[in-house]
Design a protein around this ligand. Structure first.
Ligand code: CP
Ligand code: NVA
Length: 313
């Protein structure tokens, strides 16, 4: 059966841990691996802007000897009415995998339903699983474990926080999510992650009190207040998120060794100050770098079905 990454549920605990192991081994080799993927081709479809996801996937393809073909939907016949199903069938004849960033989660799922090659969700309005893999890689690099780790997510309960909540459920760390009222994460995602925490450890805490979430945290995470596609809500959101800025004062409530994470792009001065972004606790550049290795490991595992790197040669 073709394996996809639609949300982190597609990987589960074992798949995430395998991804982290493969990614760590690849990082030691600067992203280069000679495998049976050599000569493969990956289509990257973007309906929204991207810096990290696009470039890290292209770098990941190159490191594995595959050709990345980056496309926008409005350059494809999808923009003129060709169905997603027919597009999936045709692209499956040329490519080894499809990576797609779009608005609706349903569109990614439809593509996957008709593709005979892996489809990877590179961000929708509801999920950003590739980001969460890099986030947990950065956390493991810092602390060497998930057990007993407390992460505070301060901001909007949408795509990035949803994937982080799923990661907490599978890996068993505590995630305290502080959002303004009306911006809470999806209840179904939270309930499923709580069921995961009951088995794997950790907990999902929800609330509106930023300080309570951050107090004693090992990592403090934030994201933009207005996501891609929400530009018109910018002012309304700036009002709603007043008090949700991560600054040095807020960071001082976290554990002494706490790190700061952000999926990026950051809107400096809104959700985070320059002082925190550029300060000694910030791990945002390492986190961004880890996108490359986790994505390469993902492409490898989904396309080949292997959970170990092949021997070089
Ligand atoms: N974090 C992230 O996905 O960044 P881009 O939007 O630049 O890809
Ligand atoms: N929540 C943000 C994440 C960007 C990587 C957005 O969807 O724009």
């Amino acid at each position: 059966m073709t394996r996809h990454l639609l949300t982190l549920d597609s990987l589960g605990r074992d798949g995430i841990l395998t991804n982290l192991d493969l990614a760590a081994q690849l990082k030691a080799r600067r992203g280069m691996a000679r495998t049976t993927l050599d000569g493969g081709r990956v289509g990257l479809i973007f309906d929204k802007p991207s810096t990290r996801t696009r470039v890290s996937f292209e770098a990941a393809c190159w490191g594995l000897g595959m050709l990345p073909i980056t496309l926008r939907s409005d350059e494809l016949q999808i923009g003129r009415g060709e169905t997603i199903a027919d597009t999936a069938r045709v692209l499956s004849r040329y490519l080894s995998a499809i990576v797609i960033r779009t608005f609706e989660q349903a569109k990614v799922e439809e593509l996957a339903r008709y593709a005979s090659i892996p489809v990877i969700n590179a961000l929708t309005d509801d999920h950003h699983p590739c980001q969460a893999l890099a986030d947990v890689m950065a956390i493991r690099e810092e602390f060497g474990r998930f057990d007993g780790i407390r992460v505070a997510f301060v901001g909007d309960g949408n795509n990035v926080s949803h994937s982080l909540i799923q990661a907490a459920g599978y890996l068993g760390f505590t995630l305290a999510v502080a959002t303004p009222s009306g911006y809470e994460p999806d209840r179904g995602i939270v309930d499923a992650a709580r069921a995961g925490c009951a088995v794997n450890g950790g907990a999902i805490e929800l609330g509106h009190d930023v300080k309570a979430a951050v107090r004693g945290a090992d990592a403090v995470y934030t994201d933009v207040w207005a996501s891609m596609g929400q530009e018109k809500e910018r002012e309304e959101r700036a009002r709603a998120f007043t008090g949700y800025r991560v600054d040095s004062e807020l960071m001082s409530l976290a554990a002494p060794r706490a790190i700061f994470l952000h999926c990026l792009p950051a809107h400096r001065g809104d959700e985070v100050t320059d002082e925190v972004m550029d300060g000694p606790q910030s791990r945002v550049w390492d986190e961004a770098e880890d996108r490359w290795y986790t994505e390469a490991a993902l492409l490898y595992a989904l396309i080949t079905g292997h959970d170990q790197w092949e021997r070089a040669g």
